[in-house]
Structure formats: structure tokens, C-alpha cells
Design a protein around this ligand. Structure first.
Ligand SMILES: [Zn+2]
Length: 93
């Protein structure tokens, strides 16, 4: 029986995932996925592995949220104020 974090890590090793995909695959909320992420990043870096984060971007104008330190989904674009945000995607490298 593996923990949720181990299950997320194994999903990330198979393909690029966003929080929605992970939440649906494991039956947890998207918020829970984002809450686990900082711990997962820590665990991976302790193992010498790296999580590649494809930053969230604005669907309307293409703005990329590169400066966000927390791997969560922004609610609104600072440039065009659109709320159509493509969520960040994660992949184990
Ligand atoms: Zn925008």
C-alpha cells in the first residue's frame, strides 16, 4: 500500500500531468494535489531527482506564470485579467 505522495510520484514518472489529471486518477481534490506538491518536490530533490514544472499560462493572451514559486494554479491573468488559465503541468525528469 503506497501513500498518496508515492502514487503521485509514480504518475509523474509515466507522463506529464496537471493537477486535474492527478486528482481524477487518485480520487483526491485538486487542492490536495497542490498541497502535496511542495512535499513531493522536497522528497524528489532529496533523492537527487527533479520535477519539471511547465508553468501555468493564460489561455487568452499567452502570459506565462514563470515567477510563481508555489506550484498552484493562479486565478487570474495579471496582464489581460482573464480567468481562463491553463494549469501548470508536472513531469518527473
Ligand atoms: Zn492574459
Amino acid at each position: 500500500m503506497s501513500t498518496i505522495r508515492e502514487q503521485i510520484i509514480s504518475l509523474l514518472g509515466e507522463e506529464e500531468c496537471d493537477a486535474r489529471f492527478i486528482s481524477q486518477s487518485l480520487g483526491i481534490s485538486e487542492k490536495a494535489v497542490y498541497d502535496h506538491m511542495p512535499h513531493i518536490i522536497q522528497t524528489l530533490s532529496a533523492q537527487g531527482k527533479k520535477l519539471k514544472i511547465n508553468p501555468a499560462s493564460c489561455v487568452s493572451c499567452g502570459f506565462e506564470f514563470k515567477d510563481r514559486r508555489r506550484p498552484s494554479k493562479p486565478s487570474r491573468c495579471p496582464r489581460c485579467k482573464s480567468e481562463r488559465i491553463d494549469p501548470p503541468k508536472f513531469r518527473l525528469k
